[in-house]
Ligand binder design. Sequence first.
Ligand SMILES: O=C(O)c1ccccc1NCC(=O)[C@H](O)[C@H](O)COP(=O)(O)O
Length: 265
Amino acid sequence: MSILETIVNYKKTVVQESKDLSPVKLLEQSIFFNSQPISMKEYLKREDKVGIIAEIKRMSPSKGIINDKIDVEQLSISYMQSGASALSVLTDTKFFGGKSEDLEIARKFNYAPILRKDFMIDEYQIVEAKSMGADCILLIAACLTPTLCRSLASFAKNMRLEVLLEVRTREEIDSHTNEYIDIIGVNNRNLNDFKTDIINSKNLFEYLPKELVKISESGITRGSQVKELKDIGYDGFLIGGYFMNQGEPGKACKNLIDDYKSLIK
Ligand SMILES: O=C(O)c1ccccc1NCC(=O)[C@H](O)[C@H](O)COP(=O)(O)O
């Protein structure tokens, strides 16, 4: 069984348990339900920013524990003060060591677009995302049929959430893009061997729909890579492990942004 199949099977159980524990009616009472969302699309296009989506990621299937000593309040503020355009918060516990409270804390302390990074297979998780204070949700093409992808994306838009579609292949771009997608992300991580290479983003760029905001995800560790990808036309760059792996992830974010800026002078 692939890692994605393992995660998705596990999610089915978690979603059922959560539905029993916190029914939709309860989630709808969250103070975030009627709050004005912050557009990730717009922040990624801002000329005064570089387009970094800085991720809070304690562990991963590929690396095990990366950094479990973080304080989410401090780190999220530090990422934004370092010049990040948006935050990505992993809310999966079993495989990534995250939790919904992480996103709620990030929301409470930052005026910035926040992505709920999780493995979405059910409308219930989108309601959860809204109740946590997220602005954007992730749909992973490899986890969903095109029909389910479209209906989840439509449901999210009805909740005034933006939708990031993650693809890894040209086939997924063609089969899963639909009218409800705001941002398309090319994943550079091969989920069979976990190797990352930004060549995937370079190769697929020409096939991405022109009208969508475009991001490159995974395996980015240098300002020069951001420059290469920006020169091709990417608007955003999702970076987790590289920042989290360092003593001060917020500082690592600032250094990478400075590194990028030194190359465009
Ligand atoms: O990171 C993993 O090992 C992983 C394994 C299986 C499914 C998803 C996985 N990562 C989720 C992500 O999308 C990344 O956290 C994100 O793109 C940032 O990647 P990186 O900068 O390489 O940590």
